[in-house]
Design a protein around this ligand. Sequence first.
Ligand code: GAR
Length: 211
Amino acid sequence: PARLAILLSGRGSNMVALVQAVQRGGLHGLAEVAVVFSNKPDAPGLDTAMALGCPIDCLDSQGRKRAEYDAEVVSILTGYVPDYIVLAGYMRVLSPTFVRAFAGRILNIHPADTHLHQGLHAYEWAFNNRLPETKITVHLVDEGLDTGPVLAQQSVDLRGADTLAEVERRGLAVEHQLYAETLARLLRGDLPTLAGAPAALDSTTPPQRPD
Ligand code: GAR
């Protein structure tokens, strides 16, 4: 099975959905959880991960310079020999050093269409603009902010959602199934070739190094 390093900063509901899919759902036999890592020592998701029986690790990012901090995180994560880095509410922009260390093997879930919205507060954005629908996006991470190749998108019907809490409730329900499903398709080699997606998607073919 592919070894996943799941990274979070807070609640961890996407992490729970992924771990459950590994333990008894669509990722069973395809993936295993190498570690659940947080940049915040007090993230509730860390306790939840421990309760689910996952190895956990943490390095506080408070007051740290991005490049320096990320170099340390890369070395911690490398120790767990992950095949994929799965961002699940990891609220830090990754430095180029981090992205290059795991090039083509970092996934993120964004609670909006990344072509229309990048960064934080995507549900507030959809709610404040009274969008009739939004799109949850699973994408590969490149060096930009939410600019990497899209692996999957699923629409969320927001008609009649008249509070931000309701927008989030509907969105998260889609996030929780789309992330595990997309990862399963990726690991089975079932994802259609997407324009701009790196060839490194096939984990048996290591990314080419420029000489
Ligand atoms: C999720 O909605 C996730 O898509 C979002 O943060 C939330 C984390 O919730 N991520 C981003 O906004 C990334 N820019 P969770 O901790 O319960 O999974």
